[in-house]
Design a protein around this ligand. Structure first.
Ligand code: ADP
Ligand code: ASP
Ligand code: MG
Length: 428
C-alpha cells in the first residue's frame, strides 16, 4: 500500500462536473488500496475573480484581508470535493491549510513554509479516510494570521505535505497531459516529455512555465519527492520529474543515458522592464539602485547596463521585475532619485521573455548560434539577453513573443506531427 498525494488545479475543479470527476478519480486510487491525501486549488478562475473584486472595492487592500479573501477560494473546492466523495460512497474530511499544519512566515501574499505538522491529516488517513487539504494557504507562526503562498502555490502545498507525510509520490493533476517542450497553448505541435530533470524543471518554472510552481520544484528536489505531472481529464502517463541527476530510477531500458540538448522553451508575459536613465557612471550607483529595489521587496531578473556615451559620464541601467511588483519598485526608485542622482525612469509592461532550457546545452557550443539565427529569421528584435549554464533568455516585444517561441521551438527540432490536447482551463 502506498501513500499518494494528489493535487488538482483550478481547471480540474472548475465546476460541479469537474468536482465529481475528481472525486471519482480519487476514489479509484483509494479503492485500489492506496492511501490518498488530496490538495485542491480554487475552482477555475476564482482567485483572479476575487482579486478583481477586491480591486473594485479598493486599490489598496490590506494584505491580511487580501489573504483572508483569497484563501476562501480553496476552501470552497475542498468542501465541495469532500461532499462529492461522500455522495460517491467514500469517506473524506477536508482541512484548511492551518488545520493541516501548514505553518508559514508572516509575509502575506508570498508566505514561505516554516513548518509542516499534519497530525490531523495523518489521523484521518489512519482512520481510512481521504484527507482533503486546501492548497496555497497556511497560518503565520507569529501572528496566527491566515497567509497565502503566491500564485500557483497549491503545487507547493502538495509537495510539502508529501514530504512531511513521507508519501511515495506527489501527483500534480492539471489540464494537459504533462510537461511539454513548450506551452501547448502557444505551440500545439509541442511534444510531451516523459521525464525531465529537476534541474531543467527549475529553470523552466523560473522562466515562466507556470505548469509547476517554482517553489514546488525546489521543495521536491530538496526532499527527494518524486513528482508526476499528468492530466485529470485522461489516464495517460504524464511527466516524471527526476529529483537528481544521479537518480536513474525512472530510466527505461534501452533509453540513451545522455539527455537531449534541449528540454524546452518557456515564455513569460508577467514581467515589466524598468530603465533608469542618466545614472552617474561612478562606482556604487548600481549598488544604490538595487539596494532600493531590494528594499521594496521586488525580485529582479535580467539586468543590462549600457556602455556610457563617451564623455557624458552617464549610463542607463535596465532590468526586469514582475509586473505585480513594478509599482512598488518604481515608487521606491522615484523616492531615491535625488540621492542617487539619475535623470529619469522609463517603464514598459509590453515585454515578453523567452527562455531555451536544456542540461545538454553545457556541452554544446553551437546552441547560441542556432537560437539567435532562429530569432533573426523570424524577424524578432532582441532587447535584453541573459544566460545560465543551461538556459538562454531574451526579452522582446510582448506582441512578438508567440512567434519567437514557435521559431525557436522549431529550430531545435522540438515539433511533432501530433497536436497536444488542452483539456480545459482558460490559460488566464
Ligand atoms: P492548474 O489549474 O492545474 O494549476 P495551470 O494553469 O497552473 O494549471 O498550469 C497548466 C497550464 O500550464 C497548461 O494549461 C499550459 O497552458 C501551461 N504551460 C506552460 N508551459 C507549459 C509546458 N511546458 N508544458 C505544459 N503546460 C505548460
Ligand atoms: N488558487 C491559487 C491561484 O490561482 C493557487 C493555485 O491555484 O495554486 O494562484
Ligand atoms: Mg497551477
Amino acid at each position: 500500500m502506498s501513500l499518494i498525494v494528489q493535487k488538482f488545479g483550478g481547471s480540474s475543479v472548475s465546476n460541479a462536473e469537474g468536482i465529481n470527476r475528481v472525486a471519482t478519480r480519487v476514489l479509484e486510487t483509494k479503492r485500489a488500496g492506496d492511501d490518498v491525501v488530496v490538495v485542491v486549488s480554487a475552482m477555475g478562475d476564482t482567485t483572479d475573480d476575487l482579486l478583481d473584486l477586491a480591486s473594485q472595492v479598493t486599490p489598496e487592500a490590506p494584505a491580511r484581508e487580501m489573504d483572508m479573501l483569497l484563501s476562501s477560494g480553496e476552501r470552497i473546492s475542498m468542501a465541495l470535493l469532500a461532499m462529492a466523495i461522500d455522495a460517491q460512497g467514500g469517506t473524506a474530511v477536508s482541512f484548511t491549510g492551518s488545520q493541516a499544519g501548514m505553518i508559514t512566515d508572516a509575509l502575506h501574499g508570498r508566505a514561505r513554509i516554516v513548518e509542516v505538522s499534519p497530525s490531523r491529516v495523518r489521523r484521518a488517513i489512519d482512520r481510512g479516510m481521504i484527507a482533503i487539504v486546501a492548497g496555497f494557504q497556511g497560518m503565520s507562526k507569529d501572528s496566527n494570521n491566515i497567509t497565502t503562498m503566491g500564485r500557483g502555490g497549491s503545487d507547493t502545498t502538495a509537495v510539502a505535505l508529501a514530504a512531511a507525510l513521507n508519501a511515495d509520490v506527489c501527483e500534480i493533476y492539471t489540464d494537459v497531459d504533462g510537461i511539454y517542450s513548450a506551452d501547448p497553448r502557444v505551440v500545439p505541435s509541442a511534444h510531451k516529455l516523459d521525464r525531465v530533470s529537476s534541474e531543467e524543471m527549475l529553470e523552466l518554472a523560473a522562466s515562466g512555465a507556470k505548469i509547476l510552481h517554482l517553489r514546488c520544484v525546489e521543495y521536491a528536489r530538496r526532499f527527494g519527492v518524486p513528482l508526476h505531472v499528468r492530466s485529470s481529464f485522461s489516464h495517460h502517463e504524464g511527466t516524471w520529474i527526476i529529483p537528481s541527476p544521479d537518480d536513474k530510477i525512472h530510466l527505461q531500458e534501452g533509453e540513451p543515458l545522455e539527455q537531449p540538448i534541449v528540454a524546452g522553451v518557456a515564455h513569460d508575459l508577467s514581467e515589466a522592464k524598468v530603465t533608469v536613465v542618466g545614472v552617474p557612471d561612478i562606482p556604487g550607483k548600481a549598488a544604490e539602485i538595487f539596494g532600493v529595489i531590494a528594499g521594496a521587496n521586488a525580485n529582479i531578473d535580467m539586468i543590462v547596463q549600457n556602455v556610457s556615451t563617451a564623455g557624458s559620464g552617464q549610463t542607463d541601467i535596465s532590468f526586469t521585475v514582475p509586473i505585480v511588483e513594478g509599482k512598488d519598485a518604481l515608487a521606491a526608485l522615484r523616492a531615491a532619485q535625488g540621492s542617487i542622482g539619475f535623470a529619469d525612469i522609463e517603464y514598459d509592461e509590453q515585454i515578453g521573455k523567452l527562455s531555451l532550457v536544456g542540461a545538454g546545452m553545457r556541452s554544446n557550443p553551437g546552441v547560441s548560434h542556432t537560437f539567435f539565427e532562429a530569432l533573426h529569421q523570424a524577424g524578432i528584435n532582441v532587447d535584453m539577453i541573459s544566460t545560465s549554464e543551461i538556459r538562454i533568455s531574451i526579452v522582446t516585444h510582448a506582441d512578438r513573443l508567440a512567434t519567437a517561441v514557435e521559431a525557436v521551438h522549431k529550430a531545435f527540432g522540438l515539433d511533432t506531427e501530433e497536436q497536444a490536447t488542452v483539456y480545459g482551463g482558460t490559460g488566464r
